[in-house]
Design a protein around this ligand. Structure first.
Ligand SMILES: [Zn+2]
Length: 222
């Protein structure tokens, strides 16, 4: 059985989450979101979770080695056929460290899937989002509620989340470009980068990724 060991890359608002959920279903791969993983370890008070908490309590970032240990734990438990990793690596240094640790375990990446969208499109998509207190989502242009400012499903008022404000989105994008953009070159040089146009329809993007992965899997078997 060939493995599909995948990393997801792309700016916020390009549709990574949606695509990850579908691919996880299609190929039966565990989705490893590093934010969730960290919360899980803290909630269950694992050794790694306790170590992470000590750093956080001291006002430090959780060190890469700890995050990588959590990822490899999860891969060891559920990732025999592969995995979908989202949210890590975010820097070239983290990518190097992940590569080394995987290699020690006889694993390597199959591909880095980059879902791209231009900044203006991301800002348009995210800044148009409106949400009620029950979490029902709308978009002022693409999926507007029937009555301005009120949820169709529960009638509660709709509001914009703070991190969906245009200035907050631009800030997230600038962090993305500065730290994560260099990963494109890194994975391109390694022959692992596969690009997808996140401005296209979700279904179309999904079909394209699925076809690419099916081809990769075939090539691995040859
Ligand atoms: Zn609602």
């Amino acid at each position: 059985m060939s493995e599909l060991n995948l990393i997801l890359l792309g700016p916020p608002g390009a549709g990574k989450g949606t695509q990850a959920a579908r691919l996880s279903d299609d190929f039966g791969l565990p989705y490893i979101g590093t934010g969730d993983l960290l919360r899980e370890h803290r909630r269950e008070q694992t050794e790694l979770g306790r170590q992470a908490e000590e750093f956080m309590a001291a006002g430090h970032l959780v060190p890469d080695e700890l995050v990588i240990a959590m990822i490899l734990d999860k891969i060891g438990d559920e990732g025999d056929d592969g995995f979908l990793l989202d949210g890590f690596p975010r820097t070239v240094g983290q990518a190097d460290a992940l590569f080394e640790e995987m290699e020690k375990r006889g694993r390597r990446l199959t591909a880095a899937l980059l879902i791209e969208a231009a900044d203006d499109i991301v800002v348009e998509r995210l800044s148009g989002r409106r949400q009620c207190s029950n979490g029902h989502l709308y978009h002022v242009a693409f999926d507007p509620p029937k009555h301005d400012g009120a949820c169709d499903q529960c009638g509660k008022p709709l509001a914009q989340r703070d991190d969906d404000r245009p200035d907050a989105i631009r800030e997230r994008l600038s962090v993305y470009h500065e730290l994560t953009e260099p990963l494109k070159g890194y994975y391109e040089d390694a022959g692992l980068l596969r690009r997808f146009d996140g401005t296209r329809d979700k279904v179309e993007v999904h079909d394209h990724i699925r076809a690419t992965l099916a081809t990769l899997r075939l090539e691995e078997r040859l």
